[in-house]
Each structure stands twice: as structure tokens, then as C-alpha cells.
Design a protein around this ligand. Sequence first.
Ligand code: URP
Ligand code: ZN
Ligand code: ZN
Length: 459
Amino acid sequence: MALLIRNGEIVTVGSRVHADIYVENETITQIGKDLEAPPDAETMDANGKLIFPGFIDPHVHIYLPFMATFAKDTHETGSIAALVGGTTTYIEMCCPNRNDDALAGYQLWKSKADGKSACDYAFHMSVTKFAKETESQLREIVADGTASFKIFLAYKNFFGVDDGEMYQTLELAKRLGVIVTAHCENAELVARLQQKLLAEGKTGPEWHEPSRPESVEAEGTGRFATFLENTGATGYVVHLSCEKALRAALDAKSRGVKIHVESVLPHLLLDKSYAARAGVEGMKHVMSPPLRAKHNQEALWKALSAGSIDTVGTDHCPFDTAQKLLGKDSFLNIPNGIPGIEDRVNLLYTYGVKRGRLDFDRFVDAASTRAAKLFGLFPRKGTIAVGSDADLVVYDTNYRGVVSAKAQHTNNDYNGFEGMPIEGRASVVTVRGKVQVRDGKFIGERGRGQMLKREPTHL
Ligand code: URP
Ligand code: ZN
Ligand code: ZN
């Protein structure tokens, strides 16, 4: 089926142009003025609208057994939420824990997505221990098209690796040309500080942040960078939350370390006062790294605008109110995480572009193109060009609304950004040429999504 989108303003990194886009067999085949389409082609007029490349969320959790429970989404609910929000590809963290077999975990994570996602997807493979079988298993996983790893320096005895395991993972990644993403917090310090606070009777969600202060994240980021420096591997710090950690990453970068940085919407827009709200309202805003003091946001936005923060993801990880209440007697038991896959693009557009913090280049780059380049998806994804997949977002900048749990598609009963005004939304979204969202509603084909096979690109 062919598709012709007429008269839109196509926005890619470094270019804004009014033109038509013609799609055949899932791929963009022509971009130009006054294109013709055969009579049976689907056509639409995008006059007055922007057309962005499909947005890419480089950090989501869909299937996640974690903290005595499971994150709430399935690939069906999560992908529909993603698409309604303009995200056409997400990269899920495949997270078997230390006691699981990595290869069996990888197959399990794949089976959860297979035939279920309405948008395309890929995985980062978590390395949560380094045992004698790990190298051969990781080689097999990379050969299967999953060319990025994930390590956790936090979550001691569950997902967390020690320094020796981090070294072995990075050293193998360097040989394979695979990028390693990392959650950077010092696990030992977190465990000690948690016990100290609990012993002092400090049990509420407001104590989650003091149990993993900025210095703990800065240490983790600096240590990861030092290990990258000494192995020559390429790294990517996920959900960097504060100025101190940013400085650690950028200091390393300035000495030539191959380190990239992701921040996520909660840290750009919310602050630690949200976790100090009374009762379960505070618990809803518990994530790791925690929401920080507000002054950090300015540093994050500046670095994002300059491109020294590469990408904006979500770390989408929905737990509902009942699950959050598992931690009513101790912040240690509050499942860490917050949903966001549906709201990322609109919030970044509204509070980035519309508020003058980001130009269009950086917006498209941070929310799509840079992730495609770092994770081996470019130019299939992340741009609008002849030969690229026809993942297109026709964006209505005249739309006005508010974020609301009532209207959301993610499987959760709250939204951490509840009530925030948004000034734009995706009106039409295509996945490989098929319209999946129209007038802001999912009208597409469930299960259309494909797992994206990626080659190592960091050789
Ligand atoms: O609080 C968070 N971030 N939950 C999800 C797991 C992780 O650390 O990414
Ligand atoms: Zn994390
Ligand atoms: Zn995460």
C-alpha cells in the first residue's frame, strides 16, 4: 500500500523543508514538491503541520520483575501508549537478575514482545553477572541483533555488578564493538545509607533521595567513565539526574573517554519536592536516581541544548498506586519507577522547544536521531530520507491539552506529570508506512511491530 503525505514541513536535524513524502512498501521512496500518487494510494494533507522522523525512546521497561512485583505494561499497552505519544521505536531493557540464566532471560524478554508490539522495538541486554558462560552467551545475543549491553552499578545482589564484572563486560564490549549503557550509582553506599536512615526512623518516600544523594551518582558516573577509559569501550550513562554526575561525565569526555549521556523527562521537569508529597503521592515519584533539587534542572537543560547530553529517554517503568503502597512502611520497598513513554515527546516539545530551551535540531536529535546513531538504527530510523523506514510523526503544534491519567494508554492509574499543560501532539503516526495513529487515537494494527536487528557500530 502506498502513502502520500502532502504539504507538510519536514523537520530533521539540520533541515526544515516544505515537501511531500511518498512511501511504498514501508519505505520512503520520494521526497519532493507536487509528487504524484497512483489512484489507490492513501493520501493525506499535512498543511500547517510539522513532520518529524518517528521518535525513539532509548530506555524503557515493559516486562520487568523488580522489587517483589512486575511493571504494569505489556508490549500491547506500552506500544500503543508509545505511538499515541509519537514514539515509533523503543529500546527495552532486557533485565534478567543475577540468579537468572542470561540467555534464557533474553529468550523470555523476546517472547513477551513477539507479535505483541504495535511499534518497532529493540533490546539492551543487561549483564547482571559475569560467569564462565557469559561471554559465549553475549556473543550469541549480539549475533541475534542485540548490539548494546546494560549494566547496573546499583541494586546490589539483584541487577548490580561489581567492578570486576564491569571490567569484564566493558572489555568484551570493546572487542565486539558494542556500546554499554549503565545505571551509575554506588551500590554499597546506597545500601549503607538506606540502613542508616531506617535506623534513625526515617522511613517515608522523602528519604529515598537522601539514601542515594548526588555524590553517590557522581561517584558511579566517574567510576564508569574511568573503566571506559581503561578498556577503550564506548559507554552511555542512562538517566543522569544531576549537575555533579554531569560534570563527572563531561570531565571524562573532555579527556577523550567515549561516554554519552541520557537524561529522562522526570529529572528535567520534576524535583525532589514531588517525592516529599504526603502519603502515596510521594511514593508515586520514587525512582532511581531520585528526583533532585530543582537547581539541577537548569544544568541538564543547558547541557541538552548544547548536545553534551545526547538523548532524552523516559525510563518508562509503571507501577500503580497499589504497588507503590508496598512501601508504605519503608521507602526501601517502594517499587522504583515512573511511567512516561506516552508523554515524552509532547513534554519535551512544550517545555523544551516552546519554552525556548531547545531548538528544533536538538529536539529531533535528542528524541530520535542521536539514539538511532548511537544504537545502530541509523539511517533506517531517526531521519526522513529516501530509503529510510516510513516512521513519520505528523505533529500538530496548535493542539492544547493537559497530561492526564484518565486519557492515557499506559497501563497505570496515575501519571507523574498529571495536569501539566502540553502545547502540541502527534496527530498522525505511521510505522513503516502504515497509519497507526490518527487524530491522536490509536487506529492501527496491533502486533505490527518488529524486533530491530542491530549490528555493532562501536568498533
Ligand atoms: O527507578 C527506576 N529507574 N526504575 C527502573 C529501573 C532502573 O533503574 O532503570
Ligand atoms: Zn536505572
Ligand atoms: Zn531503567
